[in-house]
Design a binder for this molecule. Structure first.
Ligand SMILES: [Fe+2]
Length: 287
């Protein structure tokens, strides 16, 4: 099997672009750069030309979670495997590849209802990063991790593990179903699946290099009036020390450091709680 490598980019349509720019640039510390799509906001967090691209729309929605693959041969093989699984795959046009600053891509909807793209050949940027964050942990581990709301977690899990090469890392039983945590690389989880009635992006995590990055991000949270969601805590599965906030569209966004990595096959396990300590919950702001 040819596994995907890592979570490479997110494309999102957002209703309140200005709130999202404050959130991702001023608070998280991403760097806004020029990009190929007029009126879109292109954001860097490492040497990839853009890891997050925001466009405006009346209704906010995830447009694509992009996963990087090794090369065009792997892209073709994975596209064939996705379609053999019974999912309709569309090859991205030259214009779509140019917009994403990649060599080639394919697009499809996963069994949980979320839009996915596989791509190869991302453009690299050699401009120095300008960010209050010392360094985001990326490289082989990709840009971070996400949890999607999935309308069929079991089929979704089967798809990601048997077709895209994600490893089953751990599960968590919730009153309304099972959550799956998976990754195709040493990041303990790159993708979590959360059982839900409707698809969408539920959670997004950025990992920084140091505890000082986390503390300074907490200061920026307060400075910019970002709504807290969970206090500082340490997760049970990836051991990350982090805090959570509410995004402008009320996704759970995590900023942390110090996650464990997985370098050889490990037996899957269940967790009964998300944190060893902390992560005390604050509901979303009324509005
Ligand atoms: Fe997380």
């Amino acid at each position: 099997m040819r596994p995907v490598l890592s979570l490479g980019y997110l494309r999102m349509a957002v209703a309140d672009l200005s709130a999202w720019k404050t959130f991702l640039i001023d608070f998280i510390g991403l760097m806004e750069v020029d990009g190929p799509t007029p009126d879109a906001v292109h954001l860097r967090l490492d040497d990839h030309a853009a890891r997050i691209v925001l466009t405006t729309a009346e209704q906010s929605q995830l447009l694509a979670a992009g996963y990087e693959v090794l090369n065009e041969t792997h892209l073709d093989e994975l596209a064939a495997a996705v379609s053999e699984f019974g999912i309709e795959v569309t090859r991205g046009s030259a214009q779509e590849a140019a917009e994403r600053q990649v060599r080639a891509l394919v697009k499809f909807t996963d069994p949980g209802g979320n839009p996915v793209e596989l791509y190869c050949g991302p453009l690299r940027s050699y401009l120095p990063m300008q960010s209050p964050v010392s360094r985001f942990i990326t490289g082989d581990q990709g840009m971070g991790h996400i949890i999607t709301n999935s309308t069929d977690v079991d089929r979704d899990f089967e798809f990601y593990t048997t077709v895209l090469g994600f490893e089953d890392r751990n599960t968590m039983e919730l009153p309304h179903g099972r959550m799956y945590f998976m990754s195709p690389n040493p990041r303990q989880h790159t993708l979590g699946l959360h059982p839900a009635e409707a698809p969408g992006l539920m959670h997004l995590m950025f990992e920084a290099a140091t505890i000082d990055d986390v503390g300074a991000a907490m200061d920026r949270r307060d400075e910019h009036g970002i709504a807290p969601m969970q206090s500082l805590g340490r997760h049970t599965n990836d051991d990350m020390v982090s805090f959570y906030v509410w995004s402008p569209d009320l996704q759970a966004v995590e900023f942390g450091y110090g996650a464990t990595t997985v370098h050889r096959p490990e037996p899957s396990y269940q967790i009964a709680q998300g944190a060893y300590w902390g992560h005390k919950f604050t509901p979303p702001p009324a509005g």
